[in-house]
Design a protein around this ligand. Sequence first.
Ligand code: G1P
Length: 192
Amino acid sequence: MRQKEQLGLGHAVLVTKELVGHEPFAVILSDDVVVGERPCIGQLIHAYLETHSSVVAVTEVPHEETCRYGIIDGHLADGGMDPRLYKLSGLVEKPDPADAPSDLAIIGRYILTPKIFDKLEQTPRGAGGEIQLTDAIEALMQEQDVYGYAFEGKRYDAGTTMGWLKASVELAMQRQDIGEEFRRYLQGLDLS
Ligand code: G1P
């Protein structure tokens, strides 16, 4: 499946409508690299099985960076549920820090119910002139519960040069096959 026009993340998901059909599905944005003991998407699937609702991955970001992310409004889910689950009451794409409802940002992992496709079809262009997945999830929330999941793991923003470099260096050092050799290479560099 290929998105032939660059109309935004929401549009990219919409072009998969026929392929996905009537089942819940995962969205993974590969410029968000998440490393941990349990795969981030596996944690979301687990949360989906608990809630039978759409779930987005969230993490806390510095307040001044809210304008780079979808930001959630919500509260921790009621007792008895996974303590990392937030019940959402709102979502806003790339708000100015002054308008941000929290510092909890959406990271590029989602489990969505197929109802999202109806919402995407009705979503006008939003932030940056693009059809935003965040706006469609906000519309979905009017009909179905949506949760955020504060996943376990370290996240790298490989969509920035610095984040991509940090992910490459740190993950290379951890590799069984070349980790040792790579460390020796780094130690041999003139860092003055
Ligand atoms: C997209 C989403 C945004 C989310 C971000 C995570 O933005 O629209 O809600 O917080 O991914 O990386 P993009 O990075 O494509 O501008």
